[in-house]
Ligand binder design. Structure first.
Ligand SMILES: Cc1ncc(COP(=O)(O)O)c(C=O)c1O
Length: 393
């Protein structure tokens, strides 16, 4: 009998992503301990990397997250609407967006060009805009390149003198913290330090200097400054993939993706499977039909190779992953429709992990969890199995 339950708890569901909030809290506690002396911002963009933005933000706050990080305005405003009154940083806006709503809601915003300072100042009504100046230290996404940094700093200081903005932070983002030994980290850190010195020489006194994402929080203490911004590690996934798995970092993966077989059938040798018949049964085989596909966020690139756990055995997706379904080769297992199949989880009960799916799809664990769509219900649990204190290493 399956353990999957419908949201009401009375009927079995097709599929679900079970999110362990105890794991989230544990990971936040672990990350805080790894960045002692710095404030911690838990990044919950993209619906909390697929785990559910508001429940994750609440769990993170409960575990002591000082800040919550959101990429876009809708996310930041939704957090406020959900009742989060703490510091929130939001860093990705486009011209003409309702900055005035975010400013009025006390959300910290980013500026990487003088025109963004102008937009922020224009959006001020009754309270100053809280601004973090972004220096592009070498990743060439947002932010002012070093040549344009002095102009950004001057523009921000001019508006600070009018009382319309408050310079709260100086920040940047690392391109290569998943490779802690990469020379790019050192180069970006040097550029960041120089930008801080330039800003301070102009008279900026920013409370929060921040640079570190998960990889840097875990492996590059020299990048911690006043505040760290881990995302993926919050969810118990390693930014280093198989090179340094979660367990070795003391992190507990929070999500388990499960489904129930919609059908199980025996096919003869030579039966082709799914679109294009890219897999053919080499012998009489039992096939299980998983009611999840790329319409739910499973990566089609993981066709013919993604691992699952069914009946306690590791089995493999065969044939192409379709929009709503995919097929597993159960070999000779005594399975039945309605039986549970685990696509990925923490890996502690022999089930595959998000890293295993990432390998099968040629991507990263981030994408495996983040792309799961709204058709999959999220169910929140609080597992007693997760240790409350950081795991000693
Ligand atoms: C600006 C910024 N800070 C922090 C993070 C968190 O990164 P990670 O999930 O690698 O910890 C992200 C995510 O990409 C980001 O865009």
């Amino acid at each position: 009998m399956s353990t999957l339950q419908s949201p009401g708890g009375d009927r079995p569901v097709r599929a679900e992503a079970v999110v362990d909030l105890a794991a989230i809290r544990h990971n936040v506690t672990t990350l805080r301990a790894r960045a002692e002396g710095a404030h911690l911002m838990t990044v919950v963009k993209a619906d909390g990397y697929g785990h559910g933005m508001v429940p994750v933000a609440r769990a993170a706050r409960a575990a002591g997250a000082d800040w919550i990080g959101a990429a876009v305005l809708e996310e930041a405003l939704a957090l406020r609407e959900a009742g989060d009154t703490g510091p929130i940083f939001c860093w990705l806006t486009t011209p003409g967006e309702p900055l005035e709503d975010a400013i009025a809601a006390g959300i910290d915003l980013s500026a990487g060009a003088p025109w963004e300072i102008d937009e922020l100042a224009a959006g001020v009504t009754d309270r100053p805009a809280r601004v973090h100046l972004k220096i592009d230290t070498g990743m060439s996404r947002g932010g002012a390149v070093p040549e344009e940094w002095p102009a950004l700093v001057r523009a921000a200081l001019a508006e600070q003198r009018t009382g319309r903005i408050e310079i709260k932070g100086i920040w940047s983002h690392l391109s290569s913290s998943d490779e802690p030994k990469s020379a790019a980290n050192e180069a970006q850190l040097a550029t960041f330090t120089e930008a801080i010195e330039v800003a301070e020489s102009f008279g900026v006194d920013a409370e929060f200097k921040h640079l570190a994402n998960s990889g840097a929080t875990l492996a590059l203490p020299e990048t911690h400054f006043d505040l760290v911004r881990p995302g993926v590690a919050t969810y118990g996934l390693s930014p280093f993939g198989h090179a340094l798995p979660s367990a070795e970092l003391g992190l507990v993966p929070a999500m388990t993706l499960k489904a129930r077989f919609a059908m199980v059938k025996r096919v003869p040798a030579g039966a082709g499977v799914s679109y294009g018949l890219t897999w053919t049964a080499p012998r009489p085989s039992t096939l299980g039909l998983i009611p999840l596909g790329y319409g739910d966020g499973l990566p089609r690139h993981a066709s013919n190779g993604a691992p699952v756990q069914a009946g306690g055995e590791r089995r493999t997706v065969v044939g192409r992953i379709c929009m709503d379904q995919c097929v597993v080769n159960l070999e000779d297992d005594p399975a039945a429709a309605g039986d549970e199949v685990v696509l990925f989880g923490p890996g502690t009960a022999g089930e595959p992990t998000a890293d295993d799916w990432a390998d099968a799809a040629g991507t990263i664990n981030y994408e495996i969890v983040t792309r799961l769509g709204p058709r999959i219900p999220r169910r929140y649990v609080d597992s007693a199995a997760v240790p409350t204190a950081p795991v000693e290493r």
